[in-house]
Every structure is written in C-alpha cells, then in structure tokens.
Design a protein around this ligand. Structure first.
Ligand code: CMC
Length: 431
C-alpha cells in the first residue's frame, strides 16, 4: 500500500512540510503530526480528542459507522455467543484465545486470588453506609498498592502478570464488600468452587444465616454483560488508565483513576442514569414531554443511554443486550418488567424523531444493561461498579500494552492558552 502524504503550507511564511499517514491494519489512516511542532512551531487543537489517535494499540477495534466491535480481531457477537468473561479477559490481555489448558490455568490463578487482605476489609468501616460504592471501590483499589508489594515493579513482566490476575480476581470481592457495607450486612468471603460470575452473585446476595444457591441463568446473564463491557478501545476511562500509567505510577493507582473516570454519567455512570431517567418518566404517556426537555437547548436533560462518540449507526453491544433482555426477563420470571416496556417504547419514539435521527443518536450498551442488572436484583447504585468489574479486563490489557511498549512516553498534552500574558504582581495594599 502506498503511504498517503499530506503537504502542509504555512501561508504566512510559505514554509511547507510533508506529513505522512500511518496505516492501521483496519480502519482510517492516522496522520502523523509529530513534525508540525518541530517544523512550524504549532501544536494541534482537538478538544475532546474528536480527531486524535493518542496511541497505537492492537487490542480492540471499533467501526462506528458499521457498528463493528472486535476484541483482538474477534467480533463481539461471536464472543458473546460462545465465550466466557474469563476467556475474553485472557484474550484481551494475552492477545490470543487460550487453549483449554491455558484457560484452566488462568481460571485457577484468578480463583486463587479472590480473597483480599483483611486489613483492606476494615477500610469499608471508614465509609458512611450511604457512600457511593464507586467511591469505596476506587479508594480500596488505590490502597492495594500498600498491600501487594510483589506486583509493583512495573518493569518486571511477572509482577505485571501477578497484578493482572490479582485485580481481575479481586474486583468482585472488593465490589461485593462495598455492597455489603451499604446494606449493613456481613461480608461474604469468596467461594473458590464457584465460577467467576456465580461467585460474584454469591458474595452479593448470600447471608451467613441461610444457604444461597446462585441461579445459573443469572450467572450466565451477568457473564454476557461482563463480556460486552470488557473493553472499548480508547474510551475516557481507558485513556485515563493509560495517562496515569504513562507516568510510571503503580498499576493499582492507574486502575483506580480509571474507575474514577468511569463513574461520570457520560461514561459508565450512564447505566445508573438510565434507570433513574426511566423511573422519572414513569409511564409511556410522559415520553413526549420528556423528549421535549431533551431537545430543548436551554434544558440540560439528555436521553441517557443514547448517543455515542464513536457509534453513529448502532452500538452492536446494545443490539445483543436488547435481545438478551427479553430472554433474561423471561427466565428470571419477570417478563412484564414495566421499565423494559417503557425503554422499548422510548427507544421506538426516539428512533423515529428527527432530532435523534439527524444527530445519529442510537441506544448504546447502557440503555438496556441496567434493566438486566435490576432483573438480577443488583441495585442501581451498583450498576457502574459492575461496569468497572468488566472493564478492568480492558484496562489491564491496555496498561500492559502501554508499559511493555519500549517507545512509551509520559502522556503530556499541550494547550491553547487564553489566559493573561505576563503581568506584575500587585501588592495587596494597592489592589
Ligand atoms: N440526548 C440528547 N442529545 C444528545 C445526546 C443525548 N443522549 N447525545 C448527544 N446529543 C446531541 C448533542 O446535544 C449534540 O447536539 P447539537 O449538535 O445540536 O449540539 C449532538 O447530539 C452531538 O453530541 P455531542 O455531545 O457532541 O456528542 P459526543 O460524541 O461528544 O457525546 C456522549 C457522546 C455519549 C457523551 C453523548 O451522546 C451522551 O451524553 N449520551 C448520554 C450519556 C450516555 O448514554 N453515555 C454512555 C455512553 S456508552 C457507555 C460507555 O462507553 O461509557
């Protein structure tokens, strides 16, 4: 393939330079603008990274126009139908689907790392019962650097691997502890005889006073949601993990910063916001009034769970979840879920509304995920935590890719400064 070249001329000086486009294996070419600052003394300005590729990556590919999502080349639809979350985590981190033996070994390692240091458990008592679980989870994950010293040397591949297994294994435990703290119930220790999602549900819903048997249907539905949320290339939280990681900070600190970024309603917090929105709308006859608010420029209401920075046709994850919603609600015995009915109606009305059509706004993964989570008995406050558990696989894969790249540089964007020019300090008496 011939390299595309772009000639840039500074109209004021006549100086030209040639910029080369870098070709990906699939997707749009990426213009290498590195010579710009050297040749012309200018930086590029791209708020929100609307047109900027911040790194090279081999992990996940999205085609927003065609609604394609590939993890290491495998379509998410195939993984959702045939794989499991732990297999997908392995794929993201190691780059290939595991052999049966490799998967067994990986699963065993994850299973053996599920407990957390007892001192970490005491951290939760420092939180009010009504502290948001994302606050608890991000704090506890950041604190892990104070406990697990055998995984802090970022230049040691074995340390990195121990960290990777440990964080994937412990995220459900850390999250369940936050949930139990909110409820005022005793913490339930992990059960290593259970699979990843059954163990997670057991830690959430079991109490010491009676036996709790996990419904396989619920564990399967959760596994599907975790697969669909496992990675999404350079989204805000992953970019945050990369930026923090680029400073050489320890991996627990990097993941904790990703959890913090995920919390926002424009990102992982959207699943919680969708349910809140559906409850606020209440009934189908209130939809037009709500959509009028969404379309009003002076009102900051958004149709949560709609729109995406990259998908401008449909979000393939939303399609899978929408179908799964029907099946899960049937199987957990709540087929006539009023919020699901309302969501379907809202989707139908929005998709035929010129405002959403002209802006290419479609339901995203989180329009439906909250409905499945609530059908599984997971409370709204915990939705974004569930997202964090899943996305930890992606964050770890990206952090590993970043740290093992010999060309890694600290992430340090430039700015368009519009503040005052240099001025003299004025003594307080004369201000
Ligand atoms: N409701 C109403 N209007 C919207 C929405 C929405 N959900 N999303 C975008 N728009 C409008 C926006 O007002 C703008 O209109 P105009 O051109 O008239 O000013 C236009 O569409 C373009 O929007 P934008 O904000 O420039 O688009 P973006 O790419 O910066 O934002 C987004 C993407 C996901 C932040 C946004 O669509 C949004 O806020 N959606 C709701 C929150 C949500 O569901 N987030 C979850 C994303 S998927 C899970 C994840 O990966 O985290």
């Amino acid at each position: 393939m011939t390299t595309r070249k772009f000639t840039l001329t500074d109209a004021s000086t006549g100086k030209t330079s040639t910029l080369e486009a870098l070709s990906p294996t699939v997707g749009s070419d990426v213009l290498n603008i590195a010579p710009l600052a050297k040749d012309h003394g200018v930086f590029t300005f791209d708020p929100g990274f609307m047109s900027t590729a911040a790194c090279e990556s081999k992990i996940t590919y999205i085609d927003g126009d065609k609604g394609i999502l590939l993890y290491r080349g495998y379509p998410v639809e195939q993984l959702a139908a045939k794989s499991s979350f732990l297999e997908v985590a392995y794929l993201l981190i190691y780059g290939e689907l595991p052999t049966a033996a490799a998967l067994k070994e990986f699963t065993l390692s994850i299973t053996r790392h599920t407990m957390i240091n007892e001192s970490l458990l005491r951290f939760y008592n420092g939180f009010h019962y009504d502290a948001h679980p994302m606050a608890q989870v991000s704090a506890v994950v950041a604190s892990m650097a104070g406990f697990y010293h055998d995984s802090l040397d970022i230049n040691n591949p074995r340390h990195r691997e121990i960290f990777a297994h440990r964080i994937i294994a412990k995220m459900p435990t850390i999250s369940a502890a936050a949930y139990k703290h909110m409820l005022g119930q005793p913490f339930i220790y992990p059960q290593n005889s259970l699979d990843y999602c059954s163990n997670l549900l057991h830690m959430f819903f079991a109490v010491p006073s009676e036996q709790y048997v996990v419904e396989p249907v619920a564990a399967k539905a959760l596994d599907l949601l975790l697969i669909l949320h496992a990675d999404h290339e350079q989204n805000a939280s992953t970019s945050t993990v990369r930026l923090a990681g680029s400073t050489g900070t320890n991996p627990y600190a990097a993941i904790s910063s990703g959890i913090a970024a995920l919390w926002g309603p424009s990102h992982g917090g959207a699943n919680e916001a969708v349910l809140q929105m559906l409850e606020e709308i209440g009934t189908a006859d209130a939809i037009p009034k709500f959509l009028a608010r969404v379309k009003d420029k002076n009102d900051h209401t958004r149709l949560m769970g709609f729109g995406h920075r990259v998908y401008k046709n449909f979000d393939p994850r939303a399609k899978i979840i929408r179908e799964a919603c029907h099946a899960v609600l049937e199987k957990v015995g709540r087929p006539d879920n009023p919020l699901f009915e309302l969501a379907l109606r809202l989707e139908e009305i929005a998709l035929s509304d010129e405002y959403f059509v002209s802006r290419k706004l479609y339901p995203n993964v989180d329009f439906y995920s909250g409905i499945i989570y609530s059908a599984l008995g997971i409370p709204r406050d915990m939705f974004t935590v569930m997202f964090a558990i899943a996305r930890t696989a992606g964050w770890v894969a990206h952090w590993q890719e970043l740290i093992s790249d010999p060309a890694m540089k600290i992430g340090r964007p430039r700015q368009l400064y519009t503040g005052p020019t240099a001025r003299q300090y004025v003594d307080i008496a004369t201000r």
